[in-house]
Design a protein. Structure first.
Lengths: 119, 181
């Protein structure tokens, strides 16, 4: 390129910039000292609170799920208990029948107590 | 580490146990080369040092994103050039060939760390007046004699577009000098 040659002949390609003495010898140390630590340990410490927060949310979710599903099973249990009590009550002898039996056997209270005292 | 091996360094960079040692090897290997790339864009030593430090810090923090699909130098160079251009945008150092731009040459000649002639200072002034891409392409092609394919990898621009940018940059710089005759 003709214009490129013109610039080259006029100015040349020399690097006119300079650096302070010993700059490049110290550059690597200077750069490395300015870099933060990137050890995995530091990363784990940073992530630990996040891990705990996520675990807490999961635990809450599980508790909420169990809590919400609990009332329906409780109602079933209560219903079952009520039925069982009713069945037991139906099996127990009524006082009416007891009195009728005592009359049939011509027993009064004293005879009953005397009978029970023998045992 | 006696000899720099790019493939080995790439492997070491992915291992948390060895990545610091590998990164140090990269800084030692490419620090000077990257410094000059940055310096030619931002011009002063203090700015170049700041931009270079930031570039390495950015590379270190973004080490996880380095997939090894490009060479370590290409990756670092891309970061350094982007940081340099960001720096220019932030500090509004983009100069035009007007009164503002004239201060570039005079500022360089007053700079302790500039060892060039008046013509060399004027060339830097002309380069500073170019848009970002033309400026970067000119520096990489003219001074570093880098291939268009390599520049394309660095800037993510097609070779055709880079050739056009370089041609325009050369034309503008020539016009700048001819206008001064």
């Amino acid at each position: 390129m003709e214009e490129e040659k013109y610039i080259e002949e006029l100015v040349g390609k020399r690097n006119p910039f300079v650096v302070p003495e010993g700059y490049f010898e110290q550059l690597t140390d200077q750069v490395m000292q300015s870099l933060p630590d990137r050890r995995p340990r530091a990363k784990t410490v940073w992530l630990r609170p996040v891990f705990y927060a996520a675990a807490s949310v999961c635990a809450l979710f599980v508790c909420a799920t169990v809590w919400l599903s609990w009332p329906s099973s409780s109602q079933e249990d209560q219903k079952g208990v009520a039925e069982a009590v009713q069945a037991v009550q139906m099996q127990q002898p009524d006082d009416t029948y007891f009195d009728e039996a005592a009359d049939y056997m011509m027993l009064d209270n004293q005879a009953i107590y005397a009978c029970l005292a023998d045992y | 580490m006696e000899k720099y091996d790019d493939q080995l360094i790439q492997q070491m960079l992915t291992n948390p146990e060895t990545q610091r040692q590998a990164f140090e090897a990269c800084v030692r290997q490419y620090g000077e080369q990257l410094y000059w790339q940055v310096r030619k864009i931002v011009l002063t030593h203090d700015d170049a040092n700041d931009v270079l430090q930031n570039s390495f810090l950015k590379a270190w923090n973004g080490l996880g994103s380095f997939q090894g699909d490009s060479k370590v130098f290409t990756w670092l160079s891309r970061i350094a050039i982007n940081e340099s251009l960001d720096f220019l945008r932030r500090s509004k150092q983009r100069q035009t060939v007007s009164e503002d731009a004239r201060t570039v040459a005079s500022a360089l000649q007053a700079d302790t760390y500039f060892d060039g002639s008046e013509t060399e200072a004027l060339l830097q002034e002309a380069i500073a007046s170019l848009p970002d891409v033309q400026r970067t392409v000119f520096q990489l092609r003219y001074f570093d004699e880098m291939k268009y394919s390599d520049i394309s990898q660095l800037l993510g621009t097609s070779e055709g577009a880079l050739k056009a940018s370089y041609h325009i940059a050369v034309k503008k710089i020539t016009d700048f000098f001819k206008a001064r005759d």
